[in-house]
Design a binder for this molecule. Structure first.
Ligand SMILES: *Cc1c(COP(=O)(O)O)cnc(C)c1O
Length: 385
């Protein structure tokens, strides 16, 4: 796996832990920069929810990305890591009053508003503070993303955003209110999307909406298309950096921007997934009735994606060169879904071997819990080892 770190170095830390390849993260950020430099109106926000490790956030803010937050806690984490508040966009179906107040006090770039009721609350809180909050309407575009059901967000049946048929009412409400200023439209159709045609469908929908708004002389300053670009979980070393060229080109070719409009992206997974691995130690190799279990010290509390989304991650035995055997790799948690992989081939496993669960940089460390009174896993960057 990662060429930059030796087994000796990994062995010095208490397992399980996340290891982040700083060089790969920086290359990924550079790849994004190289692409968007060609399109002067493209702005990329990092979706903090994918990984809020303070050191990672710091590298990402240093690289000049802006931030996309989904809670007050994320706004605070982003500001702490050096993102400027006026580059933060904030989405979420359930923003509480203190979170809205925080966003207004910090004068964030934009609230992505998900209902008329929320719009009223933002207007009220802003009025009390004598301020004007910039808002975009998050529209549910009713576009299907061909990905796992738990991570599609842009279908009419999902809880996210304002329904297409409600857009006009929301917009009128917004234009009537004195303490909010309408600045744009926001969308996000889902995650782990690899078929560019899903993004094309979104572009088509946005073009259609923009035309209607244009006819009604509504001025839209910015379009935000959310995130969702997927990564290659099957072959992390073949494609450590996602195809940002194809992604940005899709929008450049299919989305009609009006003069002076900016186009915002909110990428999470595609920025951080491949730079992270969960490093775990083999506790026991157990012969079951029909199969062999490799029992490791990491569990679904450390990394919940396989249990929550049936996701598959490459696993490597870093300590063994012995011939392959077939294992179910499982954790110690008292839940049957605490399984990282079924019937996979690994170099023969022994007690205390170190395994790397790959492509774990996104929705990994940040989703860890303390179920079973476990400790939260730590995260180390290359330079910490
Ligand atoms: C989760 C989320 C993102 C990031 O999605 P990725 O698939 O990780 O790129 C972007 N925008 C919003 C509103 C989100 O909820």
């Amino acid at each position: 796996m990662h060429q930059l770190v030796s087994l000796d170095k990994l062995s010095t830390k208490q397992t399980p832990f996340y290891y982040y390849d700083t060089a790969l993260l920086k290359e990924t950020l550079q790849a994004i920069k190289t692409e968007i430099e060609q399109y002067e109106r493209f702005q990329v926000h990092y979706a903090v929810k994918a990984n809020a490790n303070a050191k990672l956030l710091n590298i990402i803010s240093q690289a000049g990305l802006e931030a996309d937050c989904v809670s007050g806690g994320e706004i605070l984490a982003a500001i702490d890591a050096g993102f400027s508040p006026n580059k933060i966009v904030y989405a979420g179906v359930g923003k509480s009053d203190w979170e809205i107040a925080l966003g207004i006090d910090q004068e964030i770039l934009c609230f992505n508003v998900e209902s008329i009721a929320e719009l009223e609350v933002i207007n009220e809180i802003a009025e009390k503070k004598g301020k004007i909050a910039r808002i975009a309407l998050r529209i549910n575009p009713d576009v299907e993303a061909h990905t796992h059901a738990n991570i599609t967000t842009g279908l009419a049946e999902n809880k996210f955003g304002i329904a297409l048929c409600e857009m006009k009412t929301a917009l009128e409400a917004c234009l009537r209110m004195k303490n909010v200023r309408f600045t744009g439209l926001h969308f996000h159709i889902g995650s782990q999307i690899l078929d560019m045609r899903d993004f094309v469908s979104l572009c088509d929908r946005i073009n259609q909406l923009q035309e209607e708004l244009h006819q009604h002389h509504v001025h839209v300053e910015s379009i935000n298309v959310g995130g969702g670009l997927g990564v290659n979980y099957e072959h992390p070393d073949q494609q450590p950096i996602p195809d940002f060229k194809a992604y940005f080109q899709t929008y450049a070719q299919h989305l009609k921007l009006y003069p002076h409009q900016t186009l915002h992206f909110e990428l999470g997974r595609s920025i951080v997934a491949q730079c992270g691995s969960l490093i775990t130690k083999v506790l026991y190799v157990k012969q079951g009735v029909r199969k062999k279990f490799c029992i490791v010290d990491a569990g679904m509390t450390d990394f919940i994606r396989p249990a929550l989304y049936q996701s598959r991650h490459q696993i490597e035995n870093l300590s063994s060169n012995d011939a392959h055997e077939t294992y179910d790799v499982v954790g110690p948690i008292c839940e049957s879904s605490d399984v990282f992989a079924k019937a996979i081939d690994l170099n023969q496993c022994h007690r205390c071997d170190l395994l790397a669960i790959r492509s774990a940089g996104a929705y990994g460390e940040v989703m860890a819990s303390q179920y079973n009174c476990r400790k939260l896993p730590k995260g180390y960057l290359t330079e910490d080892l």
